[in-house]
Design a protein. Structure first.
Length: 453
């Protein structure tokens, strides 16, 4: 039985978890930094403990302080949200050794999927398609060039400990490849304390399509369909939607089966995401698994009607999934726009500060997940996402129209936000036609005068 949960996060996801717990009758403990006293999740949780200074390395990253708070308040479980300690296998282990349930996969699954090269090899053995490349890490320039010639250019070099696009380099010939190989190694060493890299054929302008997984502790693994996350800038997603306008029902079936096989190969438990890149011809390739709940999970919730945070908690409590794969029904279309405190017309410079008037949209098919309100001050210490606007409709056209309507109602005064950019994208024929690949946003920005957003 889980009676009380510590929420080891901040912002909208902390509030999202408080809300799920309330509905389940579970008590909540918020932990917060000195910069987050005003946050709605601190106000709405049953209890709150300040765990340190504003910087996340002094608070939300401090496993020792979080576990101390958990012991003091006598919680049964910790929900890590996304980011911070959510994919830290040592933290998951520490929770287990203190007899606190970590609401997420076993430490061993986190560790295995955290090594992107081991993850690839694990799912390959289970029959999941991967991008052609090196078998495991590459340890010398000579080996790099040899394997590079075999797979052919362009080639992408990725850090074994990377993920989410961090520490990737692209090379187009032997000369640049040798150079990029050394740069990638030293960057990986600096960023992750692990200089190990692997290489893959570089798939140009793919779509980024991921499958939501739920797996219980009794061995049942389900997928809940896909999210198309192709609209992104420097690996920060801006818009996500489900279903993907690119997938045929045949491709969706094959990718869904592959996603389930990938999770089974990792002996996965709880909510997770299998990331694929999909080329123009419909070839799909596993690239990595995210062993956490993701920012864009509401898109799947709106289409399937399944509350993913509640499912995470039930799974952690040892309950069996109540559904079979065939019971999952997909209704209509959902789209999410990330609302960031940034100025898109000034190269997305962060725009922290105090919100004056705040008015959030509502009405049929509109959902706002945000921890902010009129008079709230956005601290400069964390990432700039201040909320998510999600629209659901019977089909893609209706969801896009509803999203545009909701964006037009959304008032956030006093700071710059991505709202005007979203309105411009939702008016763009290429986006409306469902043609966006991962190259889309940059191309859109280069042909659109900034005064239009
Ligand atoms: C790739 C790729 C093309 N070819 N791998 C980006 C995030 C990380 N999860 C893996 N990513 C990619 N891996 C191969 N072999 C393209 C991406 C990619 C991407 C690359 C450059 C610019 C934007 C991108 C957006 C999504 C995915």
């Amino acid at each position: 039985m889980i009676q009380k949960i510590l929420i080891a996060n901040r912002g909208e996801i902390a509030l999202r978890i408080v809300r799920a717990c309330r509905e389940l009758g579970i008590k909540t403990l918020a932990v917060y930094s000195e910069a987050d006293v005003q946050s709605l999740h601190v106000q709405l949780a049953d209890e709150a403990i300040c765990i340190g200074g504003p910087k996340s390395t002094d608070s939300y990253m401090r496993a020792d302080r979080i576990i101390s708070a958990a012991e003091i308040a006598d919680v049964d479980a910790i929900h890590p949200g996304y980011g911070f300690l959510s994919e830290n296998s040592k933290f998951a282990e520490q929770c287990a050794s203190c007899n606190i349930k970590f609401i997420g996969p076993k430490a061993e699954s986190i560790r295995m999927m955290g090594d992107k090269s081991v993850a690839k090899e694990t799912v390959r053995k289970a029959g999941v398609p991967i991008v052609p490349g090196s078998d495991g890490p590459i340890d010398s320039e000579a080996e790099a060039v040899k394997v590079g010639r075999k797979i052919g250019y362009p080639i992408i070099i990725k850090a074994v400990a990377g993920g989410g696009g961090r520490g990737m380099r692209i090379a187009h010939n032997d000369v640049s490849f040798a150079k990029e190989y050394h740069i990638a190694r030293s960057e990986a060493e600096k960023s992750f304390g692990n200089g190990s890299v692997y290489i893959e054929k570089y798939i140009q302008n793919p779509r980024h399509i991921e499958f939501q997984i739920l797996a219980d502790s009794h061995g049942k693994v389900l997928h809940l369909g896909e999210r198309d996350c192709s609209v992104q800038r420097r690996h920060q997603k801006l818009i996500e939607e489900s279903p993907s306008p690119f997938l045929t029902s045949d491709l969706r079936k094959r990718m869904g089966k592959a996603a389930v096989r990938a999770a089974e190969a990792a002996q996965y438990e709880n909510a997770g995401t299998i990331e694929f890149i999909v080329d123009a011809r419909g070839g799909f390739y596993f690239i990595e698994m995210n062993t956490r709940i993701q920012v864009e999970h509401p898109v799947t919730e709106e289409v399937t009607g399944i509350d993913l945070i509640k499912e995470q908690i039930r799974i952690a409590a040892g309950e069996k999934l109540g559904l079979d794969q065939n019971d999952i029904e997909y209704r209509g279309h959902a789209i999410e726009c990330r609302i960031n405190a940034e100025d898109p017309a000034r190269n997305f410079t962060p725009s922290p500060g105090t919100i004056g008037l705040y008015y959030a949209p509502g009405g049929h098919g509109v959902r706002v997940d945000s921890h902010v309100y009129s008079g709230y001050t956005i601290p400069p210490y964390y990432d700039s996402m201040i909320g998510k606007l999600i629209a659901h409709g019977d089909n893609r056209k209706m969801a896009l129209e509803r999203m545009y309507r909701a964006l037009s109602e959304y008032l956030i005064r006093g700071i710059k936000t991505t709202i005007p950019l979203h309105k411009a994208i939702l008016s763009d024929p290429a986006f409306i036609a469902g043609k966006a690949t991962t190259a889309y946003l940059e191309e859109f920005l280069s042909r659109t005068p900034p005064d239009l957003f």
